[in-house]
Design a protein around this ligand. Structure first.
Ligand SMILES: Cc1cc2nc3c(=O)[nH]c(=O)nc-3n(C[C@H](O)[C@H](O)[C@H](O)COP(=O)(O)OP(=O)(O)OC[C@H]3O[C@@H](n4cnc5c(N)ncnc54)[C@H](O)[C@@H]3O)c2cc1C
Ligand code: SF4
Length: 331
């Protein structure tokens, strides 16, 4: 597939980048590693007339701030995130999640900001619309939805598949966002609308500048699981992240967070189940049943709802066992 003609700018700072995006309005797009955007431009899922590349801007290395939080530049390549000693030592779950993304070739190009802002995916959407299909779908401005023909025209059930976003939500990360009027800060979870048609809350000229991850408390435990069909170079079938803190007795859970990715238009949390875990000695099998019943996974890429629910039940139990053992210092 031959790429269409477009304009290209390579500013020297994010400030210049946001000004360029602002001048051109919604018709310009930021280009980071291009591993998500370029394939989407090739199949004409998106057709920006101007690309504002940040490839000439050197990201700062991850660093520890005075308040103990860790600052990560959004332009950090995923391979650098995996290799950074600070991340491996202080945020091993983030290093593991970054390592599960795609392949080494994609990770040396792909950035953290691009990973968080990757487009939602759908078997129909991720190919040229006239390849197998007659009409463009709702998300492409057409009159139908191929996988979900009963949906209203403003509803798109394409799935958000970032491996890293659920980790940053679980860790209570904050995003520093740069726009034409300056910077603002939002909670990581607030980046998502939950709407497959327009998945992000960012304005057209806004850029994620940095990610801040606060320190974790004592007796903190985590578990991460990504189901894939091939085991490598593969988007997730379902991604599960669990974090928790145990009380001094090493048994009682003070609080827990469960975050799922690849099963909704944005990351999903079973908040009622999470609440039931507070100040309780956990039964992983019961928690897994409750969580898998509470969320409603979207069928995607040939996986039906029943299969995904069962996958989530099985791996929520195993991931929770890992998180508890991690908090107990056993692993
Ligand atoms: C073969 C293949 C396999 C893949 N497998 C996985 C996988 O297993 N898991 C996974 O999570 N992803 C996967 N991806 C998706 C993607 O490559 C990665 O998520 C990557 O990290 C995207 O980063 P990028 O810098 O290349 O983004 P780009 O393609 O440059 O940008 C993606 C989108 O984010 C926007 N954007 C980029 N940076 C910012 C920023 N700082 N602020 C605001 N918006 C921004 C861009 O405008 C664009 O809309 C895969 C891609 C390919 C090609
Ligand atoms: S789910 Fe969304 S992207 Fe997929 S065909 Fe329907 S409207 Fe298009």
């Amino acid at each position: 597939m031959i790429l269409y003609d477009f304009e290209y700018e390579r500013p020297g700072s994010l400030k210049e980048a946001t000004a360029l995006l602002n001048e051109t309005g919604g018709d310009a797009q930021l280009l980071a590693g291009g591993t998500d955007l370029m394939p989407n431009m090739r199949v004409e899922v998106v057709t920006p007339s101007l690309l504002v590349s940040v490839s000439g801007i050197e990201p700062a290395a991850p660093e520890k701030c005075a308040d103990g939080s860790i600052r990560i530049d959004s332009l950090t390549k995923l391979s650098d995130l995996v290799d950074a000693e600070l991340i491996q030592n202080e945020l091993p779950m983030l290093a593991e999640a970054a390592h599960t993304v795609a392949s080494n070739q994609v990770r040396v190009m792909g950035t953290l900001g691009g990973n968080l802002c990757q487009e939602t995916r759908c078997l129909y959407y991720n190919q040229k619309h006239d390849y197998q299909f007659v009409e463009p779908c709702y998300k492409r401005g057409g009159d139908c939805c191929y996988p979900f023909p009963g949906n209203d025209r403003d509803v798109c059930w394409a799935v958000y598949m970032s491996d890293i976003a659920p980790v940053l939500i679980a860790l209570d990360a904050k995003l520093e966002i740069l726009g034409p009027d300056g910077t603002r800060e939002i909670a990581m979870a607030d980046l998502y609308t939950g709407d497959g048609m327009n998945p992000f809350t960012l304005g057209t000229a806004e850029i994620i500048q940095a990610i801040f991850v606060p320190p974790v408390p004592e007796r903190f435990g985590w578990g991460y699981h990504k189901t894939t069909v091939r085991g490598g170079l593969d988007f997730g079938t379902a991604i599960i992240v669990i974090v928790l803190q145990l009380a001094e007795d090493g048994e009682t859970c003070c609080w827990a967070k469960i975050v799922y990715s690849a099963v909704g238009q944005g990351p999903l949390r079973p908040t009622t189940t999470e609440l039931s875990m507070e100040d309780a000695v956990l039964d992983p099998a019961l928690i897994a049943v409750a969580a898998s019943q509470e969320i409603s996974p979207l069928p995607h890429h040939g996986f039906n709802k029943g299969f995904l629910r069962e996958n989530i039940r099985v791996y929520t139990e195993r991931t929770l066992v890992s998180a508890i053992e991690c908090a107990q210092g056993k692993i």
